[in-house]
Write a protein that binds this ligand. Structure first.
Ligand SMILES: [Zn+2]
Length: 246
């Protein structure tokens, strides 16, 4: 199976100029999955050459609005084009609150079909070999591991603090897309309880988990500036619209 990864938005809750909110499109044969759908994800999807109806499902890592606010636009454009119901996937510790927040915002002409996962439950049996792992954030949050034949292709940390215990979940993946919100000066502040710096993301993914590459993700203007200056081996600093084939 060849898997394509499109970085639709690599920005965090206040993205750098020109960046959209956090959103990754994973394209497998006959299946397209969005990992989070931050602000402007519908527009970025079309800029990458996809129709809103092309998305089969959206996985939402946690209830913070910057990870799903783009769903409102995506559902509107799907409703206008008569796309089928959109499957919205979340862990059960995330889903109840997420659906409560989302329900009043779903446009009248669109429908969602929730898929609520328990611990150890695969994300989409038979289509993608994908599973969730808990990370360390302010609210219940789950990263995603995508494998093929036991080989790790892609791991997405979603929002997380630095925790060497996560290396087990990230180990052996070709690419890790990792929270890189904080500038180096933020590593010792309160924010470091909930997010990582570029340096911490690199240390966790490359040094501890042995990934070939780490994509700096959920960037702030400050962390993007640091990431562009740093010369860490294996660190990828995405421009918007970056496509990778795994
Ligand atoms: Zn968050």
């Amino acid at each position: 199976m060849s898997l394509s990864l499109y970085i639709l938005g690599a920005g965090g809750s206040y993205p750098p100029p020109g960046y959209a909110g956090p959103s990754l499109l994973v394209e497998a044969p006959d299946y397209r999955l969005l990992l989070d759908c931050g602000d402007s994800c519908a527009a970025r999807l079309e800029e990458a050459g996809f129709d809103p109806c092309d998305v089969d499902a959206v996985y939402v890592s946690h209830r913070h609005a910057d990870h799903w606010s783009g769903l409102v636009q995506l559902l509107s454009s799907r409703g206008a084009r008569g796309c089928p119901r959109l499957e919205v996937i979340a862990h059960r510790n995330v889903a109840v609150e997420l659906l409560r927040l989302l329900e009043p915002l779903v446009p009248g002409n669109a429908e969602v079909s929730p898929r609520i996962l328990g611990d150890e439950e695969p994300l989409r049996p038979g289509v993608l070999e994908a599973s969730l792992f808990r990370v360390r954030h302010q609210v219940p949050t789950y990263g995603v591991s995508i494998r093929e034949g036991g080989e790790g292709l892609l791991a997405y940390t979603a929002d997380t603090a630095y925790d060497e215990g996560l290396a087990e979940s990230l180990r052996g993946h070709l690419v890790v897309v990792a929270d890189s919100t904080l500038p180096p000066s933020g590593e010792s502040e309160r924010a470091a309880m909930f997010h990582m710096s570029v340096r911490q993301a690199w240390r966790l993914a490359v040094e501890h988990a042995g990934a070939d590459s780490v994509v700096a993700f959920h960037l702030s203007p400050e962390s993007l500036e640091y990431a562009r200056r740093s010369r860490l081996p294996g660190l990828l600093v995405p421009g918007e619209g970056l496509k990778m084939t795994l």
